[in-house]
Design a protein around this ligand. Structure first.
Ligand code: COA
Length: 289
């Protein structure tokens, strides 16, 4: 018989390994956290599972941040009970919707998807693809030269001028929100964050971040719409990869929203042979009102 309870501060240490490291601090003071909810599953007093959710401030919706059940207690309905309990408590609190996103490639994804199905969540849909690669001289981009010539010139993003930033700000309406570069400048990786000038004007960029000593994430990459071509897109990436290769930082990670269909297809077809993995981030939700 499994018992489901609100997590207490005093018990948090017993459950901290049941969520992602980035959420563990939340558990320490869970009783005073206004926007987080955590429920435990126990069996004869022994901790066996944890579910953690965040209630959004504005819109009466919540995000399921993590769910975990100890291996020896799996397939006995514990996760299903945790999800049901969470939904009930969120409803009491006035939430109308709950959602979840998770990355494919995990061994227990099928079990998670079955839990969602049993609880009548929507069929999970891919939103983004996540690519991770190890840079080597086998990648054609590491050795290929001259992507940019003529009126194009590359420059380190850290050298961009205030006037150029203002010009980008004025073009904001023509740049997809998630690709606007100035929001990503904090903690950017100076080694291979690059800008592209065309006839003296900044028309493209690749902004990267060091997410681990050996890994750089290519956070945002864009070229002006009228100049967009895969060659240029790849060119920016290729130049960034070369710089990273020379600096001996082996891993590269980047994401592509699924609606950039051509880019996703291109990546699956042409780039995936060079990747360690190509996974999807899927989303599912449920109306609980
Ligand atoms: C996902 C997880 C929470 C499920 O916990 P659980 O307590 O085993 O889940 P439940 O017992 O409630 O339901 C599991 C269902 O999946 C089914 N299932 C298990 N493995 C399966 C597989 N490989 N293929 C298809 N169905 C599978 C079970 O049969 C069961 O369905 P049923 O009740 O119709 O028989 C657990 O596996 C886990 O902790 N995984 C690691 C953490 C994780 O990945 N969390 C999700 C991201 S945050």
């Amino acid at each position: 018989m499994y018992e489901i309870n609100f997590l207490k501060n005093s018990m948090s240490v017993l459950y901290e390994n049941m969520t992602f490291p980035r959420f563990q601090y939340i558990l320490e003071n869970i009783e005073s956290e206004k926007y987080f909810m955590a429920f435990t599953a126990s069996h004869d007093g022994e901790p066996v599972g944890l579910i953690l959710a965040e209630v959004r401030k504005q819109d009466h919706s919540a995000e399921l941040l993590s769910i975990f059940v100890e291996t020896s207690h799996r397939c006995q309905g514990v996760a299903t009970q945790l999800v049901c309990h969470l939904e009930k408590q969120l409803k009491v609190r006035g939430c109308k919707e709950i959602d979840l996103s998770y990355m494919t490639g995990n061994q227990t994804n099928l079990a998670l998807e079955r839990v969602l199905q049993k609880c009548h969540w929507t069929e999970p849909q891919p939103q983004t693809i996540v690519c991770k690669g190890r840079i080597s001289d086998k990648m054609p981009w590491v050795t290929k030269h001259n992507y940019f010539h003529g009126s194009y010139s590359l420059f380190p993003w850290r050298e961009i001028t205030q006037e150029e930033k203002q010009a980008i700000e004025q073009q904001r309406q023509y740049i997809p929100e998630d690709l606007f570069p100035l929001q990503y400048e904090e903690d950017m990786e100076p080694l291979n964050s690059l800008g592209l000038r065309y006839q003296g004007e900044v028309v493209g960029w690749l902004i990267s971040h060091r997410i681990a000593p050996d890994t750089i994430r290519y956070t945002c990459s864009f070229t002006r719409q009228d100049l967009q071509k895969f060659g240029r897109h790849l060119g920016l990436m290729s130049e960034a990869i070369k710089l990273q290769y020379e600096a001996k930082i082996p891993y590269i990670i980047w994401t592509i929203p699924i609606h950039h269909r051509a880019m996703v297809e291109f990546t699956k077809k042409r780039i995936s042979p060079y990747l360690i993995y190509l996974r999807e981030i899927k989303e599912s939700h449920k109306l609980i009102a």
